[in-house]
Design a protein around this ligand. Structure first.
Ligand code: GLV
Length: 420
């Protein structure tokens, strides 16, 4: 790409695509590109950098990984139809999310316990998100205090993903902290009251919190500290017990109800003065309609990247049906199985307004910490920007179903444990 391109000054969103040139040029300066961002190679490299536990947890899926396989296969069913001779010189990759304008329709999905991928955990991730101007979502299972993550994220746009305890005082405390920390929406995850059966993790006792790692978000909470005192647990001396008490509040295995969801939506609105409240983990049209009915501001169509219900519908297929049913009634976001710019494009084309990515940045974090997250996300942004350029799209609004050639569902069982 010509760095003196005169259109450069007239674009309203960053020239993400120039990151390609920067990397092409590196060897002239005796520098090397941090690593290959091809998802399969990225995953393989991350595995070399991780402990056995980190490696297993990053790649674990529910059961036989069939939902993960379906997630990936669904993307192949849709093919982009490129247009030529479109003036994409001043293309605009921006979009809006809950009234905030962001330069790309891409955000950081909430992923817990980042300390098993890097000693600094969520901090470098939140920092890079803030720097790139992409929304960052902190998980309740995060392994750094909410306040520290907020600080690392600076002026960035951030959301708090809630795993709702059955301890209402604790829930309130977490939401207060999130609001005080400048988190601009609450996203309640519905699909993970407990972790699914994940063979490798079970076989290796791979549950970090039970081994004294990653409970920092809880250990820094005043209500949770009170609970520890009530139970006579000293986290300094009994880190396993403290971690267990925390995570057993989060992934407690006890179901919630729609009534309880309405309660917590009210609590968040009361605390935050009416900031958006969304539901994550919606896969059925019925649940999407119910979400609209109870009045939440948005939904994340997600199957937890295939980590929860094995043998389930592909999240991208669910997206299509849900958009048909409630696309004009609520703000629809998407995650699960996104591995590149074309996947982001396809989810937008099927009606998502915003797309979250998870494993890609987890792998980057595992390989090179902050530098790794930055490289992965800048590469994804560049790939998406370049895709819009070469496929002839001037802005996000032009990405719709007519831009796809979609095949019938016809899935075969392929061994797709990895990124494909
Ligand atoms: C938690 O969110 C997990 O998928 O492990």
């Amino acid at each position: 790409m010509d760095p003196n391109n005169p259109n450069r000054e007239t674009r309203s969103t960053p020239q993400y695509g120039l990151y390609q040139r920067e990397n092409f040029w590196k060897s002239n300066n005796g520098e090397t590109v941090p690593f290959n961002t091809d998802p399969a190679k990225l995953e393989a490299l991350a595995k070399d950098h991780l402990s056995e536990n980190g490696r297993l947890y990053a790649s674990s899926n529910a059961g036989l990984s069939h939902t993960h396989t379906a997630n990936r296969q669904a993307f192949y069913r849709h093919r982009i139809i490129p247009r030529m001779l479109v003036d994409t010189n001043t293309r605009d990759t921006s979009t809006t999310i809950f009234g905030h304008t962001v330069s790309a329709p891409i955000g950081f999905a909430p992923i817990g316990i980042n300390k098993i991928y890097h000693p600094l955990g969520e901090l470098p991730v939140a920092k890079v998100a803030g720097e790139l101007g992409l929304p960052y979502c902190l998980s309740t299972a995060g392994s750094q205090p909410i306040e520290d993550v907020a600080k690392a994220n600076g002026d960035g746009l951030r959301f708090f993903q809630l795993y709702m305890p059955h301890d209402d005082e604790l829930t309130r405390s977490l939401l207060h902290r999130a609001f005080d920390g400048g988190f601009k929406a609450c996203i309640l995850t519905l699909d993970t009251w407990q972790l699914a059966w994940r063979h490798d993790d079970v076989a290796t006792s791979n549950y970090a919190f039970y081994h004294g790692i990653g409970a920092d978000l809880g250990l820094s909470d005043p209500v949770f500290k009170k609970r520890l005192r009530e139970k006579g647990i000293d986290p300094a001396k009994q880190p396993n017990e403290a971690g267990a008490l925390w995570i057993d509040n989060v992934w407690h295995g006890r179901a919630h109800t729609w009534e309880k969801v309405q309660w917590v939506m009210g609590v968040w609105r009361e605390i935050s003065g009416g900031l958006p409240f969304c539901l994550k983990g919606i896969q059925s049209v019925e649940d999407a309609k119910k979400s609209v009915e109870i009045g939440c501001e948005g939904i994340v169509v997600s199957n937890h990247a295939g980590r929860q219900v094995d043998g389930a519908i592909a999240s991208l297929d669910a997206l299509e049906q849900i958009v048909d049913a409630v696309g004009n009634k609520t703000y629809i976001m998407f995650d699960s199985g996104v591995r590149g710019g074309s996947d982001v494009f396809k989810a937008l084309a099927l009606g998502a307004k915003f797309v979250f990515v998870g494993r890609l940045w987890v792998w980057g974090l595992s390989i090179m910490g902050e530098t790794g997250v930055r490289h992965v996300m800048k590469s994804l942004l560049a790939e998406f920007d370049i895709l819009m350029n070469v496929a002839g799209f001037q802005n996000i609004d032009q990405i719709n179903r007519k831009t796809l050639d979609s095949f019938e569902k016809n899935y075969q069982l392929l061994p797709v444990k990895s990124a494909l």
